[in-house]
Design a protein around this ligand. Sequence first.
Ligand code: FNR
Length: 380
Amino acid sequence: MARRVTIEDYRRIAKRRLPRFVFDYVDGAAGDELTMRDNIDAFQKIRLYPNQQVDVSRRSTATTVLGRQVEMPVLLAPTGLQRLVHRRADLEVAAAAGRAGVPFVVSASTAFTIEEIAANATGDLWIQIYPWRDRAAVEHVVKRALDAGYSTLVVTVDVPLLGRRERDVRNGMSIPPRITARNLYEGARHPRWVTHLLRGPEITFTNFSSFVPDSRGMALMSWVNNELTNPGAQWDEVRWLRSLWPGPMVVKGILTRRDALLAVGEGADAVVVSNHGGRQLDGTPATVDVLPRIVDAVPDRVEVLLDGGVRRGTDVLKALALGARAVLIGRPYWWGLAAGGSNGVRAVLEVLRAELDMAMALSGRPTIESIGPDLLAPPD
Ligand code: FNR
């Protein structure tokens, strides 16, 4: 068995285990994938200045996010259609997140229902929705999440239309996957994946299927764009959602000071600096490069989270030093899910936790609170 040391190792395993069109759905991004690569490159360019001879014999990665305890400042980002890679999909991810003591942001675009996921979870669950064009569908999902005990609402604002992910277009990606000669060939090469495909619930958007026509046979992109996205949505949708949700509200998909302030003006308790992992507008900057401006723009009471390109414990450390309260990971936990279900997701989280702990020790920052901008500046 291949050695599983880094997150990149899990990516390699997922690439082997999944049919090409599924791996590409996860791994790919919009256009030339410039932004996706930039997210990673920008982290790699940041340099760290450690403090030596600090007592780091006792360390803790624990902190709080929006007032709730987390074992480390890493959350699982909302990602739709996990059912494509595992028969128990979101249920496995929820179990892993609970064991690791980190929140799982559940996408409403899941094959399992909000209630089924809650029933299998032991930790903090957040719910993510898009301001779809059908307000009744949005309200239905939000109310159910509230009843099921989800703590926090995440509104993703960077999808007026689904970005054009050219790998999906080339692969003819549809929901559920179509039976084509190429897909049959891919299936024959990945029998374990076929077993997962056949044994779980149908791959559809269960939570709001009664509000939208059947997706069967349609290309993923045209179905989502015809039925779900809301190119007319403006900030008053966020205001309306604020009125539906008594708990903390987070706005995800912020890249400018302007939008950060608008989100805060509509009642956001936190914003996620995100370019959707490069899956929406290609050419947007790396999230870690815009993070300091957003941190600077919003009032202190507003927490700033970041996602995109976090692959190492040192990336978490860098984001925190630049003022992020926490980061989210997307693709890395899918690779864990594909490699080994709940245990795979747990293992990916443990790689990050151990790397973060090591980086904290070696940089003389034994607690999350001790991580600050001086870690990125030369000491004199
Ligand atoms: C996503 N993302 C996403 N975001 C969101 O708000 N709702 C969603 O349903 C999805 N779905 C989704 C599916 C897949 C397969 C991926 C890879 C991503 C974006 C996600 O929340 C996050 O912003 C990025 O994944 C972060 O970048 P990294 O960690 O993947 O580099």
